[in-house]
Write a protein that binds this ligand. Structure first.
Ligand SMILES: C[S@@+](CC[C@H](N)C(=O)[O-])C[C@H]1O[C@@H](n2cnc3c(N)ncnc32)[C@H](O)[C@@H]1O
Length: 351
């Protein structure tokens, strides 16, 4: 049981009253409980857990509660993201080749890896689903000048930013669609479809992959990056009353952390041609770099947040929430030296 209860803990976190090392320790305790929950005593039970989830997802909608997710997590001020993220505004794991790699270099290194693994060639038509602020869209459009990149997001502010930025960079090969992927339909097909950090927001992967496969050209490839646990998969919901961390870090049950091989069970309409995993150390280091930037810019962020929240007191709470999310990333992906929660890259071809 948490001393003082969950609400008391949330209040202290909001006010920044818990020292950093203590926050990390409290998070590690919950992560250890999640591992205990997820690891089964026999391999038979382990596989059954993953399979049960894959079956149950096939009865759900493609996604749920997108509006809540959208407003809470992704409609944040651009100036804030420019402080926290690297120059490309990448909102997912970056790739740190070694200790001296900077955040900006790590953003580029990961996008290079995406292009290589997705086998993109100049002249390809490319679809970037769940494009964030267009980091990969711009990277591909600038690297492959004869390619045309269509970015899709459900966030109004992300769409506006990408359009303005494409004009500023004089890129005529970038187009943005504002759409909810769960309900969006389109007639066009693409040589390459890139999906980075979106699948975690979805539920019915059978229907989703059926839909996406219809957008793949005949010899098209689909490249997916998703966070995962190496062995088990779960809806991001508290495991019990004491699991304050899941409640704190994830928007009410909308997200999933798949297992590393989860999508091997969803090959009805597209088949897996390659599969890689990347140590969680990369995302842990990414969120650690984000945290450093937040801490170095508190004096700028508080007044910026106060213009949205209406008071300095609420701005402090919002900043502490973001600091908490960064701590969570550092601890989750760094757990057991990056060998529990990590990144999975999956390459599909159309069937
Ligand atoms: C974790 S971010 C990753 C962004 C980007 N791919 C990157 O790596 O920086 C997830 C993105 O998916 C978008 N998204 C989430 N649910 C969506 C939905 N139902 N339809 C369209 N976009 C969605 C969010 O707005 C956000 O841009």
């Amino acid at each position: 049981m948490i001393v003082g209860g969950k609400q008391e803990l949330f209040k202290k976190l909001e006010l920044g009253l818990i020292p950093n090392d203590e926050v990390k320790k409290l998070m590690r305790i919950q992560l250890a409980r999640r591992l205990q929950w997820g690891y089964k005593s026999t391999y038979e039970e382990q596989i059954a857990q993953v399979l049960d989830l894959t079956h149950s997802l096939r009865h759900m909608n493609i996604a749920m509660e997108v509006d809540t997710l959208d407003s809470n997590m992704y409609e944040v001020p651009l100036d804030f993201l420019k402080i926290m993220n690297g120059s490309a505004l990448k909102m997912s794991s970056c790739y740190f080749k070694d200790d001296s790699t900077t955040l900006d270099e790590a953003e580029i290194a990961m996008m290079d890896l995406h292009c290589e693994r997705a086998q993109i060639k100049d002249g390809h038509s490319v679809l970037d689903l769940g494009c964030g602020h267009g980091s990969l869209t711009f990277y591909v459009a600038q690297k492959y000048k004869k390619s045309h990149v269509t970015a899709v997001t459900n966030s109004v502010s992300q769409k506006e930013y990408i359009e303005e930025e494409a004009r500023r960079r004089n890129l005529s090969n970038v187009e943005v669609l504002l759409a909810d992927i769960a309900t969006h339909e389109m007639a066009d097909t693409y040589d390459r479809i890139l999906v980075v950090g979106l699948f975690e927001h979805m539920k019915n992967y059978g229907l989703l992959l059926k839909k996406i496969s219809e957008w793949m050209a005949k010899d098209g490839l689909l490249f997916v990056q998703h966070v995962c646990h190496k062995t088990f998969a779960f809806h991001c919901e508290p495991i019990d009353e004491d699991d304050w961390l899941s409640e704190y870090a994830f928007p009410a049950g909308t997200m999933i952390i798949p297992s590393a091989s989860f999508f091997l069970y969803f090959q009805d309409d597209a088949s897996v041609v390659n599969h890689w995993t990347l140590s969680g150390k990369h995302f842990s280091r990414t969120t650690e770099e984000w945290l450093k930037r937040l801490d170095a810019n508190v004096k700028v962020i508080i007044p910026m947040f106060a213009t949205i929240t209406g008071s300095e007191e609420e701005a402090v709470k919002l900043l502490n929430y973001w600091r908490g999310l960064c701590f969570f990333g550092v601890e989750l992906y760094g757990y057991n030296n990056g060998e529990e929660w990590m990144e999975s890259h999956v390459l599909f071809k159309k069937k």
